[in-house]
Design a protein around this ligand. Structure first.
Ligand code: 13P
Length: 337
C-alpha cells in the first residue's frame, strides 16, 4: 500500500462528524466488564455482544472505524459474515489492537511497559489479510509518588514508535495510544505536565523511527485531575488544558486526534470533546475513539435481559455514537439546548 493510500485511510477515519467505536477489550478487561453487569464471560456471549454493537442500524452515520481484538476479528455474525467484512460493507474501517498488554517495567517499581513487538510484522500481515485497515497500540502511564519516570515514558514511546513504523510497513494506519491514567490524587496541573512530557517523548520517538505522521493517528487521554483527589475541573478548564497541551506537542500534519474516554462519566467525555471543538478551528480533526463512554449504557441494558434486549442495547450505542459525533463537530451542546 502506498503512503497516499495509508494517508487516505487515516483521513477516512477522521471524516467530519465521525469517530471510532473501540470494542477491542483484552480477555481480562471484557471479563471484568461482563462481571460488573453479571454476564457469564463465554465466547458465545462475547460474540453476541460484539455482533449487536457492530450491526446496530445506522452505526455508519457516526462511526468511521471499529477497533477489534484478536478474538473478535476472527468472529462472524450469526449469518456467517466475518465481522471485518460486515463493517467494510457498511463503509466502516476495521481496526485491530495488536499490543499484548502491559507488564511491570524492570527497575521501575509501580510502572508498566507495553509488550508485543516480537513477531509483530507477521501478525500485522495476517490481520491485514483478515481485513484490518488500522492498528492500535496502547501504552499506560501512571501518575503517583515519583512517577512517571523518564525511563517509563521513553520505554513506552520507543515501543509505540516501533509499532507505528511496522504498521505502516504492513499497510495499516497506526493509532498510537499513550494513556495517562486518571487514577490518582494528582491535580490538573500535574496531569498537564505529565501529558506534555509524554507527548513530546512520543513525537521524538516517532521521528526517530521514520514514522510518516500524515498517516498516523493519535489517541491520547484528556488532561484531567486525578479521580481520587480533591481537585475538580470544569468542562472548559479541561478542554483548555487539553488543547494547550496538544497544541504545544502535536505536529499539525497529524490528521486527527481521537481521544479515549478513560473511565470518565459518559456525558462528561462528550462535553469535553464538544467544548474543545467549539474552541476551534484546529489544525487536526478532534474526535473520539471511545470504549466505555460509547458502550456502558448498551452493555447495562443488554445484561438485564440478553434474550430480548439486543434492540434496546443497539438504540443505546447509537444514541451515544450520535451524541459524540455531534461533539466532534462542536454541535452537541447546541443540539441539546
Ligand atoms: P475507553 O474509552 O474506555 O478508555 O477505551 C478506549 C480504548 O480503546 C482503550 O484502549
Amino acid at each position: 500500500m502506498s503512503i497516499e493510500d495509508l494517508a487516505d485511510n487515516a483521513r477516512a477515519l477522521v471524516a467530519a462528524g465521525k469517530g471510532i467505536l473501540a470494542i477491542d477489550e483484552s480477555g481480562p478487561t471484557i471479563a471484568r466488564r461482563f462481571a460488573d453487569v453479571g454476564l457469564p464471560n463465554s465466547e458465545a456471549n462475547r460474540r453476541a455482544y460484539r455482533e449487536l454493537l457492530i450491526t446496530a442500524p445506522g452505526l455508519a452515520g457516526s462511526i468511521s472505524g471499529v477497533a477489534l481484538s484478536d478474538e473478535t476479528i476472527r468472529q462472524s455474525t450469526s449469518t456467517g459474515v466475518p465481522f471485518a467484512r460486515y463493517l467494510d460493507d457498511q463503509g466502516i474501517l476495521a481496526g485491530i489492537k495488536v499490543d499484548k498488554g502491559s507488564q511491570p517495567l524492570a527497575g521501575c517499581p509501580g510502572e508498566v511497559v507495553t509488550e508485543g513487538l516480537d513477531g509483530l510484522r507477521q501478525r500485522l500481515e495476517e490481520y491485514r489479510k483478515l481485513g484490518a485497515r488500522f492498528a492500535k497500540w496502547r501504552a499506560v502511564i501512571r501518575i503517583g509518588e515519583g512517577i512517571p519516570t523518564g525511563t517509563c515514558i521513553e520505554s513506552n514511546s520507543h515501543a509505540l514508535a516501533r509499532f507505528a513504523a511496522l504498521a505502516q510497513e504492513q499497510g495499516l494506519v497506526p493509532m498510537v495510544e499513550p494513556e495517562v491514567l486518571m487514577e490518582g490524587d494528582h491535580d490538573l496541573d500535574t496531569s498537564y505536565e505529565v501529558h506534555e512530557v509524554v507527548l513530546r517523548s512520543l513525537f521524538d520517538a516517532l521521528y526517530q523511527q521514520n514514522v510518516m505522521l500524515d498517516a498516523t493517528l493519535l489517541k491520547p487521554s484528556m488532561v484531567l485531575p486525578g479521580s481520587d483527589g480533591d481537585d475538580e475541573a470544569g468542562v472548559d478548564e479541561v478542554a483548555e488544558a487539553t488543547l494547550t497541551c496538544i497544541r504545544s506537542t502535536v505536529p499539525a500534519i497529524v490528521p486527527g486526534i481521537l481521544f479515549l474516554s478513560g473511565g470518565q462519566d459518559d456525558e462528561r467525555a462528550t462535553a469535553h470533546l464538544d467544548a474543545m471543538n467549539r474552541m476551534g478551528p484546529h489544525p487536526w480533526v478532534l474526535s473520539f475513539s471511545y470504549g466505555r463512554a460509547l458502550q456502558s449504557a448498551a452493555l447495562q441494558v443488554w445484561a438485564e435481559d440478553p434474550a430480548s434486549n439486543a434492540g434496546k442495547a443497539q438504540d443505546a450505542v447509537i444514541r451515544r455514537a450520535r451524541a459524540n459525533a455531534l461533539a466532534a463537530l462542536g454541535r452537541w451542546e447546541r443540539a441539546r439546548a
